[in-house]
Design a protein around this ligand. Structure first.
Ligand code: 4AZ
Length: 720
């Protein structure tokens, strides 16, 4: 159960109303076998809260297998429980009924189950046409070995008839012991959770699912399914709630409109939960339970008009939320946060929700190694744009790998009071793990950590993102497989149109975060580590890998406020790609570079380089060479152990070298003693017209981006 509205608990008790269980709503056409259903003992329910009151949902059952809760279910008759088929079918096979037990009248699943009782299962029935959740018919009936003991905390729910339509927009309730959000199990004492969900019309649901974001390519709402939830996400069912009921109150009774079936993630924007609609299965249910006395009840329901008051508002599936990632001007970041600690330089971080700031943990190294929470937390302040007063900090959560892994150099700081999000301050958007930043995306740098701006702070560099293949292979190893779109990248490589020489020095002294723009929305895409220094193209560690941690710590602030685009591969580029070999000339003497294959060099530079130019790669973990200014020689050792002068740097470039080989005649004439090795037999340049480049770059030939990249790489490096 994913529920991110945590309201204070207000407990009050309404004394039982005499005669509350008399069925005043029964019509003369009521079927004789109907038992009283859908009426819990009157209780105080905490609206918008998360823990249910004991006995508030007396039809809710917990289905156990192997001693643990697996799925929810609902009591529909003393001997029958309704649940989801997918709880009992694995690899096309229906599990043994004897493996399952049904817990009735449970509130907290921890400790003594006061007032609860257990029944074993005699039979599990699943519709013949059930195959997998996405194809519908995800329901199951469990026949108990002996009838449940009905009591105020154990009562059946009413079922709707096939002809009944629940009005779109009706407020209904889902209940269960499922996760609080993705990857976040319900903590002890495992109290039953409730969440209010609105029924969504079919068109609205399909419209939401077609909005960009994860999973938008895969969903088709089928007959017999219904959606409930909200465009903005936040409140939803989640893993472990499956099989549990979605109930709506009509005419003074609770009816089960749906069975929690599946969804795409939990509480995500535009991805409401999907339920099996119960009404359409009236006949199937009646057939299965035939002969049982008493059977489930299908009382008359007042038929409402099919078009509820919410319908028109839903159909255009718009969301009104404080938006993340909208900046008035690039470089003017409304999410820029400065953390001030007594006795040290300010630390630049980013506002990621109304209550949380993300910053490099290395700013707070003293705090990480000493006690947690840090003693001086009271003295910390956060400055945010357009706020006249600074914010106080109530909690400091460093990433567990922060002290040894640069890519995890992150900490979250919780503000004592949430700030009002408006034009400024405003949160940046964070990418989900499956976020795919399109090659060529527009990006910019923002200050990060204790970094002093090496440049005039207004001159933040405009950059474009390199394709994943390039970034991965330039920094990765030969034969390494490239993460396909939809998988978190290992690095993000932007290349810059303006160059660092403006600053007169390498930006090595500054740390930057990488902001990338999609559809007018800025995402915090990456964080720069100091070790990437002056290597080019610069590499940033992707933030998306940390979204589960951020989401877990901020408890939904992330899900609430973040958009997630997923411009997936759409059919192409799904084949596994690997990195080509980096060198065929042995290890260079300075041990800091490898020569790229002619093909890679040719593709990377789009054939614009003069024939005979060698490109080199600064491999992972190596020192940067910002201090090298004079044209260095490129020396390589052959298999025979000879050291060979392979090339001379092109105009001081660190990546490009003019090959010596083609100049053999001229050198021999000038320096009679020079020794030349026999040719290696491998030309430095591929034949004209060969198109061996990966698809990423194939279409980019001669593009401004490619030209910019070439200019960048040819730019001589200027020393401090
Ligand atoms: C599940 O795995 C599950 N957000 C149930 C419901 C939803 C997602 C997953 C809907 O049981």
């Amino acid at each position: 159960m994913s529920q991110h509205l945590f309201l204070p608990l207000v407990i009050f008790v309404i004394s039982p109303i005499p005669g509350a269980f008399q069925d005043s709503a029964l019509s003369p056409t009521e079927e004789p076998e109907d038992l009283d259903c859908g009426r819990p003992e009157p209780s105080a329910r905490i609206m918008g809260g998360s823990d249910a009151q004991p006995g508030a949902w007396p039809w809710q059952v917990s289905l156990h297998q192997g001693g643990g809760h697996i799925c929810g279910g609902s009591l529909i008759a003393p001997s029958w429980v309704l649940s989801a088929a997918h709880c009992f079918v694995s690899n096309g096979t229906l599990e043994q009924a004897s493996e399952w037990s049904v817990l009735l009248g449970v509130h907290s699943q921890d400790g003594p189950l006061d007032g609860a009782h257990v029944r074993s299962v005699a039979a599990i029935l699943v519709p013949d046409n059930y195959s997998k959740v996405e194809l519908g018919a995800d329901l199951a009936l469990l026949r108990l070995t002996s009838p449940a003991k009905l009591s105020p905390t154990v009562r059946p729910i009413c079922l709707p008839r096939a002809s009944h339509r629940f009005a779109h927009g009706t407020a209904c309730w889902a209940t269960g012991w499922g996760d609080l959000q993705e990857e976040d199990p319900l903590p002890l004492p495992w109290v039953l959770q409730e969440v209010e969900l609105r029924l969504l019309g079919e068109a609205a649901c399909q419209c939401l699912y077609s909005r960009p974001g994860p999973f938008n390519l895969t969903f088709q709402l089928l007959p017999g399914m219904l959606c409930a939830g909200y465009a903005e996400g936040r409140r939803d069912t989640c893993q472990g709630d499956s099989g549990g009921p979605l109930v709506c109150k009509e005419g003074g009774r609770w009816f089960q409109a749906g069975i929690t079936s599946f969804g795409f993630g939990c509480g995500r924007r535009n991805r409401p939960g999907v339920f099996t609609a119960v009404g359409p299965y009236e006949t199937w249910i009646r057939e299965q339970v035939m002969g049982s006395e008493p059977g489930p009840a299908f009382p008359n329901q007042p038929q409402e008009s099919q078009t509820g008051p919410w319908e028109s508002r839903e159909e255009n599936c718009t969301i009104a939320l404080p938006e993340c990632g909208k900046a008035p001007r690039p470089g003017v970041w409304p999410w820029e946060a400065q953390v001030i600690m007594p006795g040290s330089r300010p630390c630049h971080g980013t506002l990621v929700s109304e209550s949380w700031v993300l910053a490099p943990a290395s700013c707070f190294l003293d705090s990480i190694t000493s006690d947690n929470p840090p003693r001086d937390l009271d003295a910390w302040r956060v400055l945010l744009p357009s706020r006249t007063r600074s914010e106080r900090v109530s909690r400091f959560v460093p990433h567990e790998n922060a002290t040894w892994d640069d890519a995890s150099d992150l900490a979250l700081l919780q503000l004592r009071a949430p700030v009002n999000l408006s034009a400024a301050p405003r949160a940046v958007c964070l990418p989900y793990p499956e976020h795919y930043f399109l090659p060529g995306s527009r990006c910019r740098l923002a200050l990060w950590g204790r970094g002093e701006p090496a440049l005039d702070p207004s001159a933040q560099l405009e950059a474009e993102l390199l394709g994943g293949w390039w970034c991965h292979c330039l920094y990765g190893h030969q034969g390494a497989s490239v993460p396909p779109p939809g998988h978190p990248p290992h690095r993000l490589c932007p290349y810059y149109q303006e160059e660092e020489e403006e600053a007169g020095r390498c930006w090595n002294d500054s740390r930057w975060s990488l902001m990338c723009l999609e559809e007018g929305t800025w995402f915090l895409a990456g964080i720069g580590d100091v070790s990437s220094g002056c290597l080019r193209p610069r590499a940033f560690s992707p933030v998306q890998t940390h979204s589960p941690w951020i989401s877990h710590v901020t408890r939904g602030a992330y899900l609430e406020d973040q958009l997630a685009w997923d411009w997936g591969p759409e059919g192409e580029e799904t084949e596994t790609q690997t990195c080509p070999p980096h060198t065929e000339h042995g290890v260079p003497i300075a041990t800091i570079v490898s020569i790229l294959t002619p093909r890679l060099c040719h593709c990377l530079y789009q054939g614009i380089l003069p024939p005979g130019t060698l490109c080199v790669l600064y491999a992972e973990g190596q020192e940067d060479r910002c201090e090298v200014t004079s044209a260095p020689p490129l020396l390589c050792q052959t298999e025979g152990g000879f050291w060979v002068l392979m090339g001379m740097a092109v105009r001081g470039s660190q990546e490009l070298f003019a090959a010596i080989g083609p100049e053999e005649a001229w050198i021999s004439q000038t320096v009679a003693e020079a020794h030349f090795l026999p040719p290696s037999g491998s030309p430095y340049w591929p034949p004209a017209g060969s198109d061996l480049c990966p698809p990423d770059m194939a279409g980019a030939s001669g593009s401004p981006q490619a030209a910019a990249l070439i200019l960048l790489l040819l730019t001589p490096l200027i020393q401090d």
